[in-house]
Write a protein of this length. Structure first.
Length: 486
């Protein structure tokens, strides 16, 4: 890439992803970045589609007036297709806004467009490459173009990191908000399951799915959460959300770590020396700010992963069948069997890099007794005998670990490569809040720090994360839109 091009892209990034949009005219700045970095130049492929002109005119009033927000493309918007990255849904124009999108519009936010994602939120087959979809191609990490953007909310993470919007909405079943936040050097928050409506979002798991904010700071993520959180009659899981609603931005500016008891999940730090060193600096920063650090030696039960997959396979089959059956119009498939047949018929595009083994396993996951036992085991191992037990036994406020390893190389043939770092599956399976905050970088590749706590402790986790954000001394990397070490 020529230096003149890099200078141009650097100038675009220097405009800053953190500043709130003050007027509709600044939407053009974001559109310019998308044109220069996403559709041309480095071609990040983070944004699938930009909203039509009439949707980009900010006329509403509210706490997010004029703020440009991108939406992951498994969440329905009335003015754009909702594809989940699959060619089977490429013309899926429902004319509906998901309730969380309606809340954003009512708050004055500008829905700027839809972001690319791992097709079917990374729940289709083995050896998938995070951020790849048949509709949008391979999303790239703006910190290293040949490195993975991670997780199924890959486009949302890469777009915020590259300054293409003030913030974005991602979704998570297990790691799909927090991992892309970590490797793209931004904040990602997976709220308690049931705090944000999942209605009109392409489902994987009724027990683990949630949408959440992805932003440049904890305060921005909390402001976005204020808008999208709340009870929704269309999603019974949110029935008690109203009783847990607070101003999630309250107290963030002055939040302190003094007296906060931090549980360090030492085994989950992993064995990569550079990540361990970065994590130890983060722990030292928290101690310096007054936190009390408690070392915890914990090994999750080996049965957790198997139980989780059994649950996800069963819930995906029932959830996707119901979603497709209820779609307006004429989708290419009306159930999971139809999707499998569609992919076989379009194998050159859909199955070019990896298969649909997960789809096929889900199709045969029909034993209700097997499902009930797996769900009970998963919740117990991750919740009662996992996070809940650790918080109580060690009398800590939150549990911390690195969120994930630095971004691995994009590999469309062998798929994703993950090191054994992090503990996010515990929060994902239990349905508990999980916040990832940048803690620094390894060789220019960002790494996040995870904060996890018990159900409905979302505000506490955000406050502690914001306090760490201020105490952090590590230098954060800047996206340079090159291949790693080019």
């Amino acid at each position: 890439m020529r230096k003149s091009s890099l200078a141009t892209f650097g100038a675009l990034l220097a405009l800053g992803p953190c500043a709130a949009i003050a007027s509709p005219e600044t939407v053009q700045t974001y559109l310019g970045r998308i044109a220069a970095m996403d559709k041309a130049g480095p071609t990040l492929r983070a944004v699938l589609v930009v909203a039509p002109d009439e949707s980009l005119r900010a006329t509403g009033q509210g706490p997010l007036a004029g703020h440009a927000v991108l939406i992951k493309d498994n969440i329905e918007t009335r003015d754009m297709p909702t594809t989940a990255g699959s060619l089977a849904l490429k013309d899926n124009r429902t004319g509906r806004d998901a309730p969380l999108v309606s809340r954003l519009r009512a708050s004055g936010a500008v829905i700027l467009g839809k972001t690319n994602l791992s097709e079917w939120a990374n729940f289709r087959g083995d050896r998938s490459s995070s951020g790849w979809s048949a509709v949008g191609g391979q999303t790239r990490n703006p910190f290293a173009l040949d490195r993975s953007p991670c997780g199924s909310s890959a486009g949302s993470g890469a777009a915020v990191a590259a300054g293409m919007a003030w913030a974005a909405i991602g979704t998570e079943t297990d790691g799909s908000i927090t991992c892309p936040a970590s490797v793209n050097g931004i904040v990602g928050f997976k709220p308690t399951v049931g705090l944000v409506s999942r209605a009109l979002i392409v489902p994987i798991s009724v027990s683990q799915d949630t949408a959440g904010p992805m932003a440049a700071s904890v305060a921005d993520a909390a402001l976005l959460l204020n808008t999208i959180a709340g009870a929704d009659p269309a999603d019974p899981t949110t029935a008690t959300a109203g009783s847990h609603m607070v101003d999630f931005t309250a107290g963030l500016a002055k939040a302190s770590l003094k007296g906060v008891r931090i549980g360090v999940l030492r085994r989950q730090v992993g064995s990569m020396p550079s990540v361990t060193a970065l994590f130890d600096k983060a722990v030292a920063d928290m101690k310096r700010a007054g936190a009390q650090v408690v070392e915890i030696d914990f090994k999750p039960d080996d049965r957790l992963g198997e139980a989780e997959f059994t649950v996800l396979a069963h819930e995906f089959r029932t959830g996707i069948n119901a979603y497709l059956a209820a779609l307006p119009g004429h989708p290419a498939a009306r159930d999971l069997a139809g999707l499998i047949a569609f992919n076989k018929a379009h194998a050159g595009d859909e199955l070019r890099w990896y298969g649909q083994e997960t789809f096929e396993k889900a199709l045969t996951s029909t034993d209700p007794a097997e499902y009930a036992k797996a769900r009970a085991d998963a919740v117990r191992l991750a919740g009662a005998e996992g996070i809940d037990a650790l918080l109580a036994r060690y009398k800590v406020d939150v549990l911390i670990a690195p969120t994930a390893s630095p971004a691995s190389p994009i590999d469309p043939v062998l798929g994703d490569h993950f090191l054994d770092i992090g503990a996010g599956t515990l929060a994902a399976v239990a349905g508990y809040p999980h916040l990832s905050v940048p803690m620094g970088a390894v060789e220019g590749l960002p790494v996040g720090l995870s904060f996890m706590a018990g159900r409905w402790n979302d505000a506490k986790v955000l406050r502690i994360g914001a306090a760490y954000e201020r105490a952090r001394r590590a230098r954060l990397a800047t996206p340079d839109l090159r291949n790693w070490h080019e």
